[in-house]
Design a protein around this ligand. Sequence first.
Ligand code: SF4
Ligand code: SF4
Ligand code: SF4
Ligand code: FES
Length: 602
Amino acid sequence: METGTIPSSAPKTVATCTITVNGKSYTVPKGKTILEAVSALGYSIPTLCHLSEVASNASCGVCVVEVKGAKSLLRSCVTKVTEGMDIRLATPRVLAARRTNVELLLANHPKDCLSCLRNQNCELQSIASLLGIDNVRFAQTRKKPLPLDTTSVALVRDPNKCILCGRCVAVCSEVQGVNAIDVMGRGAKTQVATFFFKGLGNVACTNCGQCALVCPTGAIVEKDHTAEVWKALQDPKKVVVVETAPAIRVGLGEAMGMEWGSLVTGKMVAALRRLGFSKVFDTQFSADLTIMEEGHELIQRLSNGGKLPMITSCSPGWIKFIEHFYPNSLAHVSTCKSPQQMFGSIAKTYYAEKMGIDPRDMVVVSIMPCTAKKYEAKRPEMMGAFHYWQARLNLLEKDKFYDVDYALTTRELARMLKQASIKFDALEEEEFDDPLGQSTGAAVIFGATGGVMEAALRTAYEVVTKKHLQSVDFQAVRGLEGIKTAEVDLNGTKLKVAVAHTLKNARILLEQIEKGESPYTFIEIMTCPGGCLGGGGQPIPTTTEIRKKRAESIYREDARKGIRKSHENPAIQQLYKEFLKEPLSHVSHELLHTEYTERGVY
Ligand code: SF4
Ligand code: SF4
Ligand code: SF4
Ligand code: FES
């Protein structure tokens, strides 16, 4: 295997300059902003609009500092250090200006903290508290509240809570390349909005939730479905089962006050049982199933001249993206449903039948790192189990049910655990239920960028070559590089593969395909930076450093699993023996495969 990455050459000498911070002299790298330079020295300047991954619009004025000789205070997030700069971080003038700037933001801001999803995890609230703001000296100028945008299945926008920091617009454009939202209007009428104010649900938004992940306030949040899940859990007629995506076990702990990237698989299972779920299952079971179906689909395309490169289909934000922006390339996308949806189909058919449960009485709840999963669960084609049972149980159209009833994010699950007074860190670890809780190391790594590719290669190699794979670790497809490439030898056939995360990187690979210049056979695309572990439903904050910690835990979990190849999962082997018969069988196609929809850009 070889990578497409060129190793960097000799180390470069870094140019430096000398600055003074609060009277103390330091040598710092040239070209850094004051904020970057002093942060590295152990100081912490408060910020509100700044986000290191994207360009700053420097709108909030919270990060101001005093620089000797400068007429006005300077915004440290955009001002570069220069030789001899004498910086004061917290003079009375600086503190007064920060306070005034935050008070101006608060003048029109609804004081809804107690009922706001971001309460106690809100940067505006924290900064107001840090600056000791106990009253706002400026009068409210907005006469009546602006309408909420509730058009999306996945997200809710509340423009009244927006402080116009521009982070969401920058992430949507610079990281995702989608541009579903922009800053519109002027002066007091300025707003972040969608094209012609149509609402997120009516434009080319992919529901990725990266805007919600970076929003410093409650102005963009996940659509909360916890009330519906509580109701189902309290209904004695319902059998409520839960599935948890790989990335939850490395994110949930953070939302419960633990270290970044804490691996909490066993505690998560125990907590879900305490919430009242009848069975605690694992989306990793269906991730293994996805590999069986997708791996065989790839082998079939290779042998019968099917459309190549084949592209993975697990990430629902990516699917909506290609449907909007590159509909001519949809034939490249694997027809496999995502693990979330495969789980729902199998739970309400195979498992329901095995356990004698009427599928209409079963409620499937998924816990996902992803806001786009809410949209995916409600796609009209995601009713495989209903169609399976329709003739068998004489079901009518009015009896229709989805394969997955509710998709909750990591953040929503954390809220439920807190509401249920569960002491998460004190819980003893517990195991998933059988059989839909059994999984392999290949399934765990679905949570990180490159993981689906690596899992597929582990299986494809052994299926095609009929040889034992000596090392299952495909290092070339791991890591946070935007696009990774590798070459694998499958019995003399060279397979060039590529892995991309973020939709902006997906565009690069799609442009190659549409120009007929793609050298690849198989491509993995994940919507969010870092893959699912950096999903839009994960705990806030989610930064590059935190993504790395979560990825380390994912690979640690993989390494400690006894079985690390999907085709060796005994519960999956049993499922094929008892129900599906073989990958790509007729039943598999009915339940586990899907089709896509061409959509316009607006
Ligand atoms: S966005 Fe922050 S400050 Fe505003 S209501 Fe919500 S928690 Fe309070
Ligand atoms: S959900 Fe994603 S695509 Fe939609 S507005 Fe937010 S960042 Fe853009
Ligand atoms: S919605 Fe949030 S991220 Fe976007 S501009 Fe408003 S406050 Fe900033
Ligand atoms: S953080 Fe610098 S202006 Fe907002």
